[in-house]
Design a binder for this molecule. Structure first.
Ligand SMILES: *Cc1c(COP(=O)(O)O)cnc(C)c1O
Length: 354
């Protein structure tokens, strides 16, 4: 069997959820959209069952998969619903849609629902992607409250730059949100992972931690007590010696500056390891750090084993995990940890600590 696996440590996931909840105070939606950032939404949601106050996903189908798996806690729909049929499903299954533009209010007004909805009204406080303009939040709330379809309305917003503690943008977004929702009754939810860690003023009734649950600090140079959840691993499956001057792999990007002992690893960009990773990106082989050498190909990549003479076929390889932070590979590859984690596929998944 191809030895390429993603090991998911559900104890670490629980540790990180507790840390997020405790740092924030109040309650926390565990954000498990996009298959729990590539970690397996059902396994992760089950590992947090009885502990998570609620979950957040992007859309209805992601939520229904959790309901079918027996998850009965509240589920926030971050993108809201796309049509009336989804609104009915949301009401039937106790999903909490975000309402972020006027067409969604109209849909609520016009649709006969099997139960009253709990919704979250999204205010655009400066990200300018989704949400009601601050000056229209009150009117949107009045329409929803008057619709007869809504039993409870919370207020939320989302930050564009919470991972930049030195930027004033987040403080401005908080002020904007507070002014727009001043005096309106209902719970508040502002903080993503970065705001949980860096912006105490954004700590309100509910947090929405995503990336930090998976052990990657949104401020990539911090660690903050988070434990990595995914280990992406494989093995050395072949070894060869390059003479000085010989090239390795596509495009001959790596040319041996001296004799080099090369290990072939069963892991490629089709598994989610970034093709942009440069020569020198760290790779752990049998517990020691060495370097990627040569361009990553679809199914394989190559590492420099020259300094590790006792490694060979069968040696354990970690691409990221406890030895190599996923943030480090993301930085080297010009990506972010979110993107790398979401992209893991084709490898075998194994969950532990459930
Ligand atoms: C994805 C998402 C989150 C989680 O963000 P992280 O940076 O992963 O913590 C929170 N809120 C909204 C609206 C999101 O879309």
């Amino acid at each position: 069997m191809r030895p390429s696996r993603a090991l998911i440590d559900l104890d670490a996931l629980r540790h990180n959820y507790r840390l997020a909840r405790q740092r924030h105070g109040g309650r926390a939606f565990a954000v498990v959209k996009a298959n729990a950032y590539g970690h397996g939404a059902i396994a992760c949601a089950r590992a947090l069952a009885g502990e998570a106050d609620g979950y957040a996903v992007a859309f209805v189908d992601e939520a229904l998969a959790l309901r079918a798996a027996g998850i009965d806690a509240p589920i926030l729909l971050l993108e809201g619903v796309f049509d009336a049929a989804e609104l009915i499903e949301a009401a039937r299954h106790g999903l909490w849609p975000v309402v972020h533009h006027a067409a969604q209010i109209e849909m609520i007004e016009k649709t006969t629902l099997p139960a009253p909805l709990r919704i979250w009204l999204k205010v655009n406080s400066g990200m300018n992607r989704a949400g009601f303009p601050p000056g229209e939040a009150r009117q949107a709330w009045e329409r929803l409250a008057g619709s007869g379809k809504v039993r409870d309305c919370g207020f939320m917003t989302h930050f564009a730059r919470a991972d930049e503690p030195e930027s004033t943008a987040t403080a401005g977004q908080i002020r904007c949100f507070d002014a727009a929702t001043h005096g309106l009754p209902g719970e508040r939810s502002l903080a993503n992972s970065a705001a949980i860690l860096a912006w105490p003023e954004a700590h309100r009734d509910w947090a929405r931690p995503g990336i930090m649950l998976y052990g990657a600090d949104p401020m990539p140079n911090e660690t903050g007590g988070l434990r990595p959840v995914m280990t992406l691993e494989s093995r050395i499956v072949a070894v060869r010696e390059l003479a000085a001057g010989e090239a390795l792999g596509y495009g001959a990007r790596f040319v041996a500056p001296r004799p080099v002992r090369v290990g072939l690893v069963a892991m490629g960009y089709a598994d989610g390891y970034p093709r942009n990773a440069p020569d020198g990106a760290p790779v752990a082989v049998d517990g020691r750090i060495t370097a990627l050498a040569g361009r990553v190909s679809m199914d394989m990549l190559t590492v420099d084993l020259t300094a590790l003479p006792d490694t060979g076929i069968g040696s354990a390889v970690e691409l990221w995990g406890g030895q190599i932070p996923v943030n480090r590979i993301a930085q080297d590859a010009g990506a972010i940890a979110y993107e790398l984690l979401c992209n893991v596929k084709r490898v075998a998944f194994a969950w532990s600590g459930g």
